[in-house]
Write a new protein. Structure first.
Length: 322
């Protein structure tokens, strides 16, 4: 791993890998912005150890090697600890600007990809590949929402129409919108090879087994439900108001949620294992066998060792915003 520090004042790039004792890199499918924090050795009484004095607003880049950039953050926080002789610097990738900035719009006859590019242009954020939906949004009024939520609201409308799941991510300093759930190739997590510990949980806390469909005048026009779930667990109901141009039944079916099955594990690290992607697992102790989706990931690098903690779901679920 390599750590490079980019000074805001003059743009100079400095390799500080040798000064860094620990690295923590992670993210969540629901958190959006990925994070990085590093601990830098600091001993004011040892002339051989000098504080790089990284300022808030400077940037830190984490590389897997000299060419593969994992994350590029702006420094938001720094903390000095005299007991351990370290300074901790932490920050977020530039998706945080979309989370922390709000806007109001009245969109008409646009696609989610057009909305995304317009927003990024206003915030001066470069874009990479933005998933094309070709779904026309006739009207979407935004009173005041974060730019991130606006993008998700637009892609939620596309999701209801085509059933696909979408996720905004940053690569370097460019925003991409990808189809969520791509399976990590040529890699398996196994209790015989790389899983260090694991757990498995089942829950009814998120169940929705019946949806009533209404028109824009408040009249019920339909209903979808899972009869087996209703019979076994009773009714957990939500409502859906149909919008012009939408298939109300299809959209309502996409809102049904069954038994929530989650798992977590600690394993030998692999940089491809990040939130939003699917992964093959074979764990005989918990019975986790098959493909699962990473909901949250945390990677730690220390003393040449790379370990990761993953929270997993059994279903590829998109974060939606109404």
């Amino acid at each position: 791993m390599k750590i490079k520090w980019v000074k805001q004042s003059d743009g100079s790039v400095n390799d500080i890998t040798d000064f860094v004792s620990t690295i923590n890199w992670g993210g969540s499918a629901g958190q959006a912005s990925r994070t990085l924090d590093i601990s830098v050795l600091n001993s004011p009484f040892d002339k051989n150890i000098s504080d790089p004095n990284i300022n808030l607003g400077d940037r830190i880049r984490l590389y897997y090697d000299d060419s593969r950039l994992l994350i590029d953050i702006m420094v938001y926080n720094r903390e000095r600890n005299n007991e351990t002789g370290t300074i901790t610097y932490s920050g977020y990738d530039d998706l945080n600007h979309l989370l922390r900035s709000n806007g109001s719009y009245n969109f008409k006859n646009v696609t989610p990809e057009m909305i995304t590019k317009k927003i990024c242009n206003e915030l001066k954020i470069e874009t990479g590949t933005i998933a094309a939906t070709n779904v026309n949004i006739k009207s979407m009024l935004i009173d005041s929402s974060s730019y991130y939520d606006i993008i998700l609201k637009a892609y939620t409308k596309a999701h209801k129409m085509n059933g696909k799941k979408y996720m905004p991510i940053m690569s370097g300093r460019k925003l991409y919108v990808i189809e969520k759930g791509e399976i990590i190739k040529d890699f398996i997590l196994s209790d015989e090879v790389n899983i260090l510990s694991s757990s498995y949980t089942e829950s009814l806390d998120s169940m929705v087994n019946q949806i009533k469909i209404y028109d824009d005048k408040g009249k019920q026009i339909g209903e979808v439900k899972n009869d087996d779930w209703v019979k076994q667990f009773g009714i957990f109901q939500d409502i859906y108001t149909k919008e012009d141009g939408e298939n109300g039944t299809k959209a309502a079916k996409n809102m049904l949620v069954g038994i929530d099955k989650t798992a977590s594990l600690q394993a030998i690290g692999n940089i491809s294992c990040i939130s939003g992607f699917g992964i093959a697992i074979y764990d005989s102790l918990t019975g986790l066998k098959g493909t699962f989706w990473i909901e949250q990931d945390s990677h730690s690098f220390e003393n040449g060792n790379h370990t990761m903690n993953l929270d997993l779901t059994f279903k590829n679920i998109m974060e939606v915003k109404e």
